[in-house]
Design a protein around this ligand. Structure first.
Ligand code: G6P
Length: 610
C-alpha cells in the first residue's frame, strides 16, 4: 500500500531514496515525503501532496549531500491526502521522525492519553500518535523507546524511525506490514519492497513479525520484541532492475500483458511432466496426502486472485471431484467459517501481503486447518506463514491492475488440478492430454497478442466513451467475464459488470439499449449454443455485442457487432486465452480516455490494511 525507503551510510542518499520511492509509487501515491539528517544532526523534512515529482520540486541542492534519511509514499487511511498528513511525521517536540505503513487501531486512546500529558498533534494521522508515543517513552535509547511503544499499540505496522539525539541509527520494525533490510557496501537500507533498493543491493534480510532492527552505517542488529538477538538469514534477491523497468512499453500494464507468453511458461517450468501425464509442484510434494485425502478445498483470496480461485473451483471440482469453496478473505475471516478435519485451505495472493488474506489464513490455522499458499512475491508474508505453497513465478508485477499474475495463478491451478486428479482417478493418458494442451498455451497467447491488438484498438475507439459495459460468460468463461469487467473499471473508471450469461435475464437485461456494449465470451464449447441465444437476447434489445470467439467460428460473425478470435484449446484452459483480449481492451480504452493506467486513482497494488 504505502511505501518506505531509507538509507544510513557514507554516500549521499537523497537520490537513492527518491528513486526508491518512485519504484514504490505504485503501492500508494497520494503524497510523499523524506526526512534527512543534516551535518548538524538536525532532522530536515520535505513533504508534498500528489506524485513524487511534486516532492522533487521542494528538494533544494543543499539536501543532496546528506547520508542518512527515510522516505515514504502514502496511500491515505487515516486523514485526507494532504501535505500535512504525508509522512514522515515528527513527534510533538520535533525530535523524532517516523514513516509508517499500516494502521494503529488504538491510536485514538493513545492520542487522548498523550494530549492529557500536553503533547501537541498537528495531523489527523494514526502515525503521528505513534511517533509521539515513542517520544513519550524515550529515556535515552531509541530502540528501547520503540519497543516499549510497540508493546502499547494494537494494529499493523512497518516503520522506520530516527531520533535527533541518536543520528547514527535508524530503527525499523514490523508487524503485519513487510519490511526488508538491505545490506549494502557503503551503508544499509530499509524498504517495504525489494524493488526500492534492488539498484543498490541484492542482499536482503526479511524482517520477521515483531522484530526490530537497528541500522547503523556499518551494522545491522536484529532483535525480537523481547530484545533477544536474532541471527538473520541474508538472502540474495533473484530479481534484476531491468525486470522492473518498462522494457520499451508505454506502461507497465502493457509490458506485463505482453510478458504472458513467458510468464505462463515460467509458471509451468520444471513442473509439467508431459510423458507421465503428471505434475510435480515442489512446494506441495511433502503434503500430497493432504490433497489426496482432502474432503474439501477452500480458497481464500481478494480481487483478481479471487477470480483465479473461482476458476480453480470449476476445474478442481470437474477433474478431482473434491468439493471446493471460494471465499472472499475479508468475509471468511469474520464469519466464523466451518473448518473440518481434512479441509485444505489455499490462499491465493499476488503480493502475499493482502491484509484480509493474511488474516484469513491465520484464522484457518487457528481452527486447525493446513494452509497452503499460491503467491507471486517471493518471501512475502503469506508465503512465509502458510504451511507450504508454490510460487507462480510471474516476476514483479508493477501495474496496479493484475494481468500476468492472474494467468500465472490460473496456470498453477491447472497444474494443481492435474496433480490431484492423477492421484485420484485420472489416467496417465488423460493427464498427458491435459498436460500437452497446457504446454501449448504460451504459444497460443503469443498468437493472440500478435493478431488481435489492431482489432481491439478499433473496438476501443468505438466504445471508449461508453458509461457502462456488461461482460457475459458461461462455465469457465464466467470468471473471465468478472475479471474482464474488473480490469475495465479499475483502469478506465467505466462502470462494468461481469455476469453469468444466463443470469443476465434476472436484472442486467433491463440496462441494455443501443448505448450498451456487451462483451460476450462465446468460445466454442459445451455452452456455445446457449451463449449464442444470450447474444440474440442482447441484439433483440439493440445492445452492441463484442464477442470473443474461437478461430474458425464464422457463424458468430453474423450475430455479433465485433468478433475477436482466439485459438481453440481444452475447455478448462480457455480462460488463459479468453482473458488476454479483455486485458488489452481495458488497457486501450483507459489509454484513450487519458487515464493513469499503471496507477489508477484510489487503488493500491497491495492492500495491506483491511
Ligand atoms: C488489490 C489489487 C488487485 C489484487 C488484489 C488482491 O486490490 O489492486 O490487483 O487482485 O489487491 O491482491 P493479492 O496481492 O492478494 O493478489
Amino acid at each position: 500500500m504505502c511505501g518506505i525507503v531509507g538509507y544510513i551510510g557514507t554516500k549521499p542518499c537523497l537520490s537513492m531514496i527518491i528513486n526508491g520511492l518512485k519504484r514504490l509509487e505504485y503501492r500508494g501515491y497520494d503524497s510523499s515525503g523524506v526526512a534527512l539528517f543534516n551535518e548538524n544532526n538536525e532532522i530536515l523534512i520535505r513533504k508534498a501532496k500528489g506524485k513524487i515529482v511534486e516532492l522533487e520540486k521542494l528538494l533544494d541542492k543543499g539536501l543532496e549531500k546528506h547520508v542518512v534519511g527515510i522516505g515514504h509514499t502514502r496511500w491515505a487511511t487515516h486523514g485526507v491526502p494532504s501535505t500535512l498528513n504525508a509522512h514522515p511525521h515528527n513527534s510533538s517536540n520535533g525530535k523524532f521522525v517516523l514513516v509508517h505503513n499500516g494502521i494503529i487501531e488504538n491510536y485514538a486512546a493513545i492520542r487522548e492519553f498523550l494530549l492529557g500529558k500536553g503533547f501537541v498533534f498537528r495531523t489527523d494521522t494514526d502515525t503521528e500518535v505513534l511517533v509521539s508515543l515513542i517520544e513519550n517513552n524515550y529515556e535515552g535509547n531509541l530502540e528501547k523507546a520503540v519497543r516499549k511503544s510497540l508493546k502499547e499499540i494494537r494494529g499493523t505496522y512497518g516503520i522506520a524511525v530516527m531520533a535527533e539525539n541518536e543520528p547514527e541509527k535508524i530503527v525499523v520494525a514490523r508487524r503485519g506490514s513487510p519490511i526488508i533490510v538491505g545490506v549494502g557496501e557503503d551503508g544499509n537500507f530499509v524498504a517495504s519492497d525489494p524493488s526500492a533498493i534492488i539498484a543498490h543491493t541484492k542482499n536482503v534480510i526479511y524482517l520477521g513479525e515483531d522484530e526490530i532492527a537497528i541500522l547503523t552505517k556499518d551494522s545491522i542488529n536484529i532483535l525480537n520484541i523481547d530484545f533477544e538477538r536474532i541471527t538473520p538469514d541474508v538472502l540474495e534477491l533473484d530479481m534484476t532492475l531491468e525486470a522492473i523497468e518498462k522494457g520499451g512499453f508505454d506502461h507497465f500494464m502493457k509490458k506485463e500483458i505482453f510478458e504472458q507468453t513467458q510468464t505462463i511458461k515460467d509458471a509451468m517450468r520444471g513442473r509439467l511432466m508431459i510423458d507421465e501425464g503428471n505434475v510435480r509442484l515442489g512446494g506441495f510434494q511433502d503434503h500430497l496426502d493432504k490433497f489426496r485425502n482432502a474432503k474439501r478445498i477452500i480458497f481464500v483470496a481478494c480481487g483478481t486472485s479471487w477470480h483465479a480461485a473461482l476458476l480453480g473451483e470449476y476445474m478442481l471440482e470437474k477433474y478431482t471431484r473434491i468439493p471446493v469453496e471460494v471465499e472472499y478473505a475479508s468475509e471468511f475471516r469474520y464469519r466464523e467459517p466451518v473448518i473440518q478435519q481434512d479441509d485444505v485451505v489455499i490462499a491465493i495472493s499476488q503480493s502475499g501481503e493482502t491484509a484480509d488474506t493474511l488474516a484469513a489464513i491465520r484464522e484457518a490455522k487457528t481452527k486447525g486447518a493446513t494452509v497452503f499458499g499460491i503467491c507471486n512475491v517471493v518471501g512475502s508474508t503469506i508465503a512465509r506463514e502458510t504451511d507450504a505453497g508454490v510460487y507462480v513465478h510471474a516476476g514483479p508485477e508493477i501495474g496496479v491492475a493484475s494481468t500476468k499474475a492472474f494467468t500465472s495463478q490460473v496456470t498453477v491451478l491447472c497444474l494443481m488440478t492435474i496433480m490431484i486428479a492423477r492421484m485420484k482417478s485420472m489416467s496417465s493418458i488423460q493427464g498427458s492430454d491435459l498436460a500437452k494442451a497446457l504446454s501449448r498455451i504460451p504459444d497460443k497467447v503469443g498468437r493472440i497478442l500478435e493478431t488481435t491488438e489492431n482489432e481491439i484498438i478499433k473496438i476501443a475507439e468505438h466504445y471508449k466513451d461508453a458509461s457502462n459495459f456488461l461482460y457475459l460468460g458461461r462455465g469457465y468463461n464466467f470468471p473471465v467475464a468478472l475479471e474482464g469487467a474488473l480490469k475495465l473499471k479499475e483502469i478506465s473508471y467505466i462502470h462494468a459488470e461481469g455476469y453469468p450469461a444466463a443470469e443476465m435475464k434476472h436484472g442486467p437485461i433491463a440496462l441494455i439499449d443501443k448505448n450498451m456494449p456487451v462483451v460476450v465470451v462465446a468460445t466454442r464449447d459445451g455452452m456455445y449454443e446457449k451463449i449464442i441465444s444470450n447474444i440474440e437476447e442482447v441484439k433483440a434489445r439493440d445492445g452492441k455485442v463484442i464477442a470473443i470467439a474461437t478461430e474458425g467460428d464464422e457463424t458468430i460473425k453474423g450475430k455479433a457487432d465485433h468478433v475477436i478470435y482466439i485459438p481453440d484449446t481444452l475447455r478448462f484452459l480457455t480462460p488463459l486465452l479468453s482473458i488476454i483480449p479483455l486485458q488489452l481492451l481495458s488497457y486501450h480504452i483507459a489509454v484513450m480516455r487519458g487515464c493513469n493506467v499503471d496507477q489508477p486513482r484510489n487503488l493500491a497494488k497491495s492492500v495491506t490494511v483491511e
